[in-house]
Design a protein around this ligand. Sequence first.
Ligand SMILES: [Zn+2]
Length: 235
Amino acid sequence: MTNTSAQKGKNNPMRPDQMDISQIDLPESALAQRPTLLQRLRWSLSEIQWRLINRYRMTCSWLMWLGHKPSPMEVWAEKELRLAGWYDEDGFYGGMMGPALLRMIREFGAEGHSGMSAGISVGVFSRLARYEPLMPLEGDESEWSDPVNPDGMQQNTRCGRVFRRADGTAYDIEGKVFREPNGVSFTSGDSFVDVKFPYDPQTEYVDVPYGDGVTCEHCGDDLSGLMGHECGGAS
Ligand SMILES: [Zn+2]
């Protein structure tokens, strides 16, 4: 009797994910940054903890914070969230935003940041949470999706608002955002701005007059085409 599966496996070429990475030449800087065993252990533990929390989110969240003494920041944040109506059951998202945001504040507090690392991590987080890349786009081949239309247009996989035409030129579909006097913002075909690499995604806000048919909610005046309004009650 022959063991076919073992034979099959024997002559298979090595798949890319089975490559021995110790054979790859790493630059000095990468070697210097290799994590220590202790760091790896710590990361593994937090990874396991993170997966468990995700799996049993509500229970874990409750258990984790059972008997937890809220930090001054949590107390303050919860008060602010309640004042702003994020806990109201008849408000936006049925009051789910308040607890969700407070959980983030708790996690943030548990990281034990210094004043400086706190500021940096908030900045990095807010970019990641909005799918904004941390480093400028390079425009390399590896950054582009498969064509998204018959013209061969491709989307940047690091930043979804950047596209490349078949001729190799690229543009940002949110390069310009138009803003009416009451703060209402919108994009249109005129928002497209051609870009050159390396490109750090930027948005230029362009103030425009009120659109057609906008009336003041106080006096009922037609505001179409105006850049402002005396009574300030535009809607
Ligand atoms: Zn008015």
